[in-house]
Ligand binder design. Structure first.
Ligand SMILES: [Zn+2]
Length: 191
C-alpha cells in the first residue's frame, strides 16, 4: 500500500477563509527575530544525504522567479548562531517521527529553549530553527521536502492550496517549487 507522506507540523485552517488573493493566511506573524538577509544554515553529517536538496531549496527561496525578496542564504560549517540546522533522524532516535511523518521544523530561542512544541507553529519571533528529516522515509528525499520545511523555518504555516509549496502533504501538492503566494508571504513577513 502506498503510504501517504505528510509533514508533521499541523495547523487547523478553515477552507472557507482561504482565497487566492494575497492576504497571507498561512503565517502566525512569527518569524526570525533577526530577519533573513543573512540567513546561515548548517547541514549536520546526519543530513549529508540531503545536501543537494537543501542547497536547491536555498537557491529556490533566494530566487523564486517572482521578483525580489530579502532572503540571502549562506551555508556554514558549524551550527553556531545559525538560522537553520538540518539533521537526519529516524523514528528510533526521534519520537516525533512516527507514522508517516517525513520531516518537521522546530523553533528555538537564542538560549536554546523551545519556542513551541514540534506539533505547532510559533506565535512569537524566534532565533533559530531545526529541520529534522526522516532518513527512514524515501519520500523525505523528494526535493519539495527541504523547500517546504525551509518555508516553515521562515515562518510560513500550512496552506491548503495545491499550488503552494506549503501544502501539507506531498500527495496533493501540485507544484515542485516556491510559488508566488509563498514568495509574497516572505515579503509580507520581512519587509
Ligand atoms: Zn509542513
Amino acid at each position: 500500500m502506498k503510504k501517504l507522506f505528510i509533514f508533521f507540523t499541523t495547523l487547523v485552517l478553515t477552507l472557507s477563509s482561504v482565497t487566492f488573493a494575497m492576504t497571507p493566511t498561512y503565517t502566525n506573524d512569527a518569524k526570525f527575530n533577526r530577519g533573513v538577509g543573512n540567513c546561515c544554515y548548517y547541514v549536520d553529517g546526519s543530513a549529508s544525504g540531503y545536501a543537494n536538496q537543501i542547497s536547491s531549496a536555498a537557491n529556490n527561496w533566494e530566487v523564486t522567479g517572482y521578483g525580489w525578496n530579502p532572503i540571502y542564504m549562506t551555508e556554514v560549517s558549524s551550527n553556531y548562531a545559525t538560522h537553520m540546522d538540518f539533521y537526519g533522524r529516524t523514528p528510533y532516535t526521534d519520537s516525533y517521527l512516527t507514522g508517516t511523518i517525513g520531516a518537521y521544523t522546530s523553533y528555538w530561542n537564542s538560549n536554546s529553549t523551545l519556542v513551541c512544541n514540534q506539533t505547532a507553529f510559533p506565535t512569537y519571533d524566534y532565533f533559530y530553527t531545526e529541520i529534522i528529516l526522516n532518513t527512514n522515509e524515501s519520500a523525505s528525499y523528494d526535493y519539495r521536502v527541504a523547500k517546504h520545511e525551509m518555508g516553515h523555518a521562515f515562518g510560513l504555516a500550512h496552506y491548503l492550496n495545491h499550488y503552494s509549496i506549503m501544502y501539507p502533504a506531498l500527495g496533493g501538492m501540485y507544484v515542485t517549487t516556491v510559488q508566488q503566494c509563498d514568495h509574497d508571504t516572505i515579503n509580507y513577513l520581512y519587509n
